[in-house]
Design a protein around this ligand. Structure first.
Ligand code: NAD
Length: 382
């Protein structure tokens, strides 16, 4: 069995799917590993390091054509997908619910696709949960960007020159990224408030020393079986927006992370809320990749409003921490690959809850119902 590690081609991407430790693990399981030249360049892993770990250095076209399993961070380009063969397995962040059409060439080639976004959130799969690993990095980095760009300091300081009050940070969406943003902002000395629609988040927020802001959502079911937020009614969303407008007025920083899987991120910060913020305030919109939580967000851009509020909308913060992001991603991916390998051969047990849940397409047949429905809707429209 051959596993390929590709060099990522998406602009700004610095991560690599598998680091040398992963290569050693796979080689010890009688798996042949091929690496594209320069794949680990941003992570400080040279081709020679990969070779020392037991991999071969192979050109991209051969890897795509010959590998049984292709390990990637992002979905490769269309011309790459066109080189896959029937039964090739591609594993990575494939954005199957956000951009299902991009996967069509691979599906037509008869490939088997596994998407890291779909790893079920069950205890047994925690060691494969790349979404959580990457969200942890994004939350940490968001707090640092805010601290670095705010024209004030985060901690309370009592000096001979007077007292400096602590910065007020408001975190919207207290999931994995939000909780890490809270923890990092607290460590820097900020006073932190947070809001989430899931009741379970309140205890986690409080345990980090932040204040949880409650909104009466009228007993609405806000959490699905997988622990994710559900899409809310417009009325429930408006109650959250009202709280956010009120809280924004006194916040120096807003870090917003609210997402509902497979949907556009909910719009929660109204224009009016931004207009009422003090000049110099910062918004970091971590939901930018899925459209953003703020009405004024421009995904991928940093904009400053006429009243002096700067809105950051980074699309790939984990790529700003390539070494640790790759190490964590690689460990998660290796744990998933181990489930797919038996005695050095590819062995996909489609009855396994993790394999089944993560699979988008099996040998060219779309097996994920939400992706199938999204592709059908698209075909009907065109
Ligand atoms: P996510 O990235 O999908 O969303 C981020 C946060 O936004 C969530 O906390 C969500 O509740 C919140 N949100 C959505 N709509 C909102 C709205 N209108 N207003 C305010 N907040 C809103 O979620 P995530 O961070 O990946 O995970 C969410 C939760 O899932 C985690 O906190 C955890 O409890 C659970 N989880 C479980 C496992 C596991 O069991 N293996 C692994 C990871 C996460």
């Amino acid at each position: 069995m051959r596993v390929a590690i590709l060099r990522e081609t998406q602009p700004g991407e610095t991560r690599v799917a598998l680091v040398t430790d992963a290569v050693k693990t796979l080689v010890s399981q009688k798996v042949e590993v091929g690496v594209e030249p320069g794949a680990g360049a941003h992570v400080g892993i040279s081709d020679a390091d990969y070779e020392a770990a037991g991999a071969g250095i192979v050109d991209r076209a051969s890897l795509l054509a010959d590998a049984d399993v292709i390990a990637a961070v992002n979905c490769p380009r269309v011309e790459d997908l066109d080189r896959l063969h029937k039964g090739s397995v591609l594993v990575g962040f494939l954005r199957p619910l956000d951009e299902p059409a991009a996967l069509v060439p691979a599906i037509h080639r008869g490939a088997t696709l596994f998407s890291m976004e779909l790893v079920p959130r069950i205890t047994r799969a925690q060691a494969m949960d790349t979404l959580s690993s990457m969200a942890t990095i994004a939350g940490y980095k968001a707090a640092l960007i805010a601290a670095d760009n705010l024209p004030r300091m985060f901690p309370l300081l009592m000096t001979a020159a007077g007292t400096v009050p602590p910065a007020k940070v408001f975190v919207i969406g207290a999931g994995v990224a939000g909780l890490q943003a809270i923890a990092t902002a607290r460590r820097l000395g900020a006073v932190v408030e947070a809001y989430d629609v899931r009741a379970a988040a309140s205890e986690q927020v409080r345990s980090l020393g932040a204040k949880f802001l409650e909104v009466d959502l009228g007993g609405l079911e806000t959490e699905d079986k997988g622990g994710y937020a559900r899409e809310l009614t417009e009325e429930a969303l408006n109650r959250g927006r009202d709280l956010i407008t009120k809280t924004a007025k006194t916040s120096d920083v807003i870090i917003t992370t609210a997402q509902v899987p497979g949907r556009r991120a909910p719009l929660l910060i109204r224009r009016e809320a931004v207009e009422n913020m003090r000049s110099g305030s910062i918004i970091i919109d971590l939901a930018a990749l899925n459209g953003g939580n703020c009405e004024l967000t421009q995904p991928g851009e940093t904009v400053t409003t006429p009243n002096g509020v700067t809105i950051f909308a980074p699309l790939n913060l984990p790529a700003t921490v390539p070494v640790h992001a790759s190490q964590l991603y690689s460990r998660n991916m290796t744990n998933l690959l181990k489930l797919m390998i038996k005695n050095g051969a590819l062995n996909l047990d489609m009855n396994d809850e993790i394999i089944q849940g993560t699979c988008v397409a099996y040998e060219g047949q779309v097996v994920n119902q939400r992706v199938a429905a999204a592709l059908e809707t698209r075909a009907t429209r065109s």
